[in-house]
Design a protein around this ligand. Structure first.
Ligand SMILES: Cc1cc2nc3c(=O)[nH]c(=O)nc-3n(C[C@H](O)[C@H](O)[C@H](O)COP(=O)(O)OP(=O)(O)OC[C@H]3O[C@@H](n4cnc5c(N)ncnc54)[C@H](O)[C@@H]3O)c2cc1C
Length: 284
């Protein structure tokens, strides 16, 4: 399908890009184009101007330091996949990214595009919320670092202003002894998940502490599942604790009935995936 007509600009700096967005009410940034181009093709958006971020330098670094992992907005899925430091610096991220899309999409799709697109079934936004990440954005009013749980306000909705661009995702440091796993179910490899679970916990005195459990694909908002986290915190991670946590997760989510799956099926996936993730986490 042909795209609607639009003007095109490829600014050389963030300041120029922001100025273009600020002065064109229906302009949109484009990064990898892997979500936006289909949106244009289906006439779900018809911007008068596309502001291409490809020529803007300084947004494609992956930084690993004592303060955690930073991913620039133009870091692509294949860049994350190929960065061997992430297997220890952020194994949950490294595992989750393996599930994203197919190779041609993985070589173009970006961190900034995925965060701004805010699909509730997308892996990276799910990791950002689960791990208490910060999303750095810059616009006419300056720079802000937004907690991921405040950045995502609903399906495909964020707290970004029209003239703000995502520049960076900051993930907190990852202790080496942490237990973790990512599990998802999709109809075929590379398709969006019908449901997915990202989780981690730390062991303190033999019991689970600091449990973080996030859900994708089976909730109207990207969020952690507080009820499931509470079910595990303070307990020895045995079979009973795992099963009760999985049941608590399933009871707490609010999946939609839609063309891809009934709500009850997604809820049951959440239970199964939470159980599987906890079993794998326990063995790590
Ligand atoms: C067949 C197929 C399967 C896919 N499967 C998956 C999957 O399993 N999991 C998954 O997570 N994704 C999947 N995707 C989506 C893919 O990962 C996209 O690349 C990603 O969601 C968007 O990244 P992008 O760089 O292509 O963004 P674009 O398409 O360029 O932009 C997406 C949106 O973000 C805005 N935007 C882009 N960059 C910025 C920025 N820096 N600041 C502010 N706004 C910005 C754009 O205006 C647009 O609204 C799939 C895509 C396809 C086509």
């Amino acid at each position: 399908m042909k795209l609607p007509a639009f003007d095109y600009a490829a600014p050389q700096t963030l300041a120029e890009a922001i100025a273009l967005l600020a002065t064109h009410a229906d302009a949109l940034p484009i990064s990898g184009g892997q979500s936006l181009i289909p949106i244009l093709a289906f006439r779900l958006a018809a911007p008068s101007l596309l502001v291409d971020l490809r020529c803007i330098p300084g947004l494609d670094a992956i930084t690993v330091s004592a303060t955690g992992v930073s991913l620039g907005a133009k870091v692509r899925w294949c860049d994350i996949e190929q960065d061997e430091r992430l297997a220890s610096a952020h194994p949950l991220l490294a595992e989750a990214v393996n599930y994203i899309a197919h190779y041609p999409i993985r070589s173009r799709g970006t961190v900034g595009g995925s965060l701004a697109h805010a699909d509730t079934a997308a892996e990276l936004p799910g990791i950002a919320v689960t791990c208490d990440a910060e999303i750095v954005v810059i616009g006419s009013a300056g720079t802000r670092a937004i907690a991921a749980q405040d950045f995502f306000v609903g399906p495909m909705m964020t707290s970004l202003a029209h003239d703000e661009l995502v520049t960076e995702l900051r993930l907190p440091p990852w202790p080496p002894a942490r237990r973790w796993a990512f599990e998802e179910f999709a109809r075929q490899h590379g398709a969006f998940a019908l449901a997915g679970i990202a989780l981690y916990y730390d062991l303190q005195g033999g019991v689970a502490a600091n449990t973080h459990i996030g859900v994708i694909g089976a909730s109207s908002k990207l969020q952690r599942i507080a009820e499931a986290e509470a079910a595990l915190n303070g307990r020895v991670v045995d079979e009973a604790a795992i099963l009760e946590t999985a049941k608590a997760a399933a009871a707490a989510v609010d999946p939609a009935d839609d063309i891809d799956a009934p709500a009850a099926y997604r809820r049951s996936l959440v239970e199964t995936l939470t159980e599987r993730a906890l079993q794998r986490a326990r063995g790590r």
